[in-house]
Design a protein around this ligand. Structure first.
Ligand code: 5GP
Length: 114
């Protein structure tokens, strides 16, 4: 199977501004930021989307959520707040079929989302 765009970023075949990495996850700045800080946090395992995650992914997804908080703090977002977004499927606007958590902050975010 061909690599997803984000697998190519993990493999350093496509450049990205990496802000955090460990054995399980990678965080890098979004190429088209929707807020002053917009980072994508992905599992290195190519799970397509939340709805395709399996029981065996529980530890990786728990780790990813813990790291989302840590990365947000590292980026200076803890005090004023931030938003985590997982787009799943066409109605949500999912464009890359490799599970990713958007970390958005640095401005007042509106609700409901568009
Ligand atoms: P989705 O719409 O699937 O939830 O989010 C995909 C995100 O990936 C978008 O915010 C888009 O800007 C970002 N993106 C697409 N291609 C690239 C790329 O080559 N590099 C980086 N850093 N982000 C990308």
């Amino acid at each position: 199977m061909s690599k997803t765009l984000f697998e190519k970023i993990i493999a350093r075949e496509i450049p990205a501004q990496i802000v955090y990495e460990d054995d399980v996850v990678l965080a890098f700045r979004d190429i088209n930021p929707q807020a002053p800080t917009h980072v994508l946090l992905i599992p290195k395992k190519p799970i397509p989307r939340i709805a395709e995650a399996a029981g065996e992914d529980q530890a990786a997804l728990g780790h990813l959520l813990l790291k989302a908080g840590e990365v947000a703090e590292k980026l200076g977002l803890k005090q004023d707040g931030f938003r985590l977004v997982f787009n799943n499927g066409p109605d949500a606007g999912e464009a890359v079929p490799h599970l990713h958590c958007h970390i958005l902050g640095g401005r007042k975010l509106t609700w409901p989302p568009g």
